[in-house]
Design a protein around this ligand. Structure first.
Ligand code: SF4
Ligand code: SF4
Length: 373
């Protein structure tokens, strides 16, 4: 079973977004290097993980501007404007060692842009031989088309990022995968099986089967970091939903508020029953002052007709959840009796999508996973 794609913006070229007056960069758990009143340039390092942290992260200023007191704690707020051109790089990518590629990706603050938000340098340090880098261009979530546009308009950048990732992990093969089969295609385990014909072991990672999987925009960000000396400052986002009048794909500085993006897209907020950061299946219903993060592929303003609120009616034991699950799990049984098989649950929401009793199955599955820990 597949969910309809509804990719109405797939043919819309990427456009720049009119910049917001300020951006808010999340810095929770990081050391901040700037304070209110400081001037910053786009690309300046403004926060990073404490030294020695295993999954170290870095944040750079998306704007040329001035730091002001942040609206919320755990954020740096900058008033100013983005800058298209950054200073020229001092590196020649062709001469970089695998270690230097990983270090440059870490310094650029690149995180998984498919929604995983895991530091990419950690993924590029698998600690075991990897034969293939798979670039995931499936983007199966309904509405979202930003990765497809990046592939259509910047394929050379994506291929360059893939080759750099291959060098980092010592892989001799790279593949860009994009299928049109609809949600829930594109899960890492499915891609590894499709490309290498092997299964990722239960509880394991793609590297355990000889592959790493990175998103299309992550690959492009690797190219930008290595070849243009540009840290992660923005991403392409799909803006769509029944309440949006000017839907499309926009380049958006990280830290831009969803409300600003929807205003630029002439969204009718009176019509919107839910604002979602991400896609409708795995995205998160969010307030208008939530901000775009590296993994935010979509900003949706959905009407009442486009959403289905869980009603949590009693289970009628129809078995539809088992039939719809792409990895063969029975949500009904796992919620009643949490078991080790829950580790295979990807929280894709297919069981909830088909449940005739409109049960909050994903939330219940998450709770069952916690009960097992
Ligand atoms: S689909 Fe819903 S109603 Fe049917 S068995 Fe699963 S949880 Fe119960
Ligand atoms: S959320 Fe989990 S149990 Fe439900 S369909 Fe997806 S993988 Fe299966």
């Amino acid at each position: 079973m597949r969910v309809p794609a509804l990719k109405l913006t797939e043919g819309d070229a990427i456009r720049p977004l009119h910049p917001a007056p300020s951006v808010r960069v999340r810095t929770a758990g990081l050391r901040e290097w700037v304070a209110p009143g400081d001037r910053v340039a786009a690309g300046d390092l403004i926060a990073e993980s404490p030294e020695g942290e295993r999954f170290g992260r870095r944040r750079h200023s998306p704007y040329d501007g001035v730091v002001i007191p942040a609206k919320r704690s755990g954020e740096i707020q900058i008033v100013g404007r983005p800058r298209e051109q950054l200073p020229a790089p001092h590196r020649e990518p062709a001469t970089l060692s695998p270690h230097a590629v990983v270090a440059a990706v870490r310094d650029a603050g690149i995180e998984g842009m498919g929604g995983g938000v895991f530091p990419t340098w950690v993924k590029l340090s698998p600690g075991r031989p990897v034969e293939c880098v798979i670039v995931n261009g499936c983007e199966s979530e309904p509405y979202l088309a930003c990765d497809r546009r990046v592939l259509a308009e910047f394929r050379g950048d994506v291929e360059c990022g893939m080759r750099l990732a291959m060098r980092a992990v010592g892989a001799d093969r790279g593949v860009i995968v994009h299928d049109d089969e609809g949600y829930p295609g594109g899960y890492e385990r499915f891609l590894v099986r499709q490309v290498l014909g092997r299964e990722v072991p239960p509880g394991g990672r793609p590297a355990d089967a000889g592959a790493i999987v990175i998103n299309v925009q992550t690959a492009r960000a690797i190219h930008q970091a290595l070849c243009l000396g540009r840290p992660l400052l923005d991403r392409v986002v799909t803006v769509d939903g029944g309440a949006v009048r000017r839907r499309g794909n926009f380049t958006v500085p990280l830290g831009t508020e969803l409300g600003h993006i929807l205003a630029c897209a002439s969204a009718d907020l009176e019509l919107a029953a839910a604002i979602v950061a991400g896609g409708p299946m795995m995205g998160v219903e969010s307030p208008l002052d939530a901000v775009v993060e590296p993994g935010t592929g979509g900003v949706l303003a959905l009407t009442r007709e486009e959403i289905r609120r869980p009603a949590d009616n009693p289970c009628i034991r129809c078995g539809d959840c088992l039939e719809a699950c792409p990895v063969g799990l029975s949500a009904r049984h796992l919620i009643l009796r949490p078991a080790a098989a829950l580790s295979r649950c990807m929280e894709c929401g297919m069981c909830q999508y088909v449940c005739p009793s409109d049960r909050s199955l994903v939330a219940l599955l998450r709770r069952a996973k916690e009960a097992l820990r």
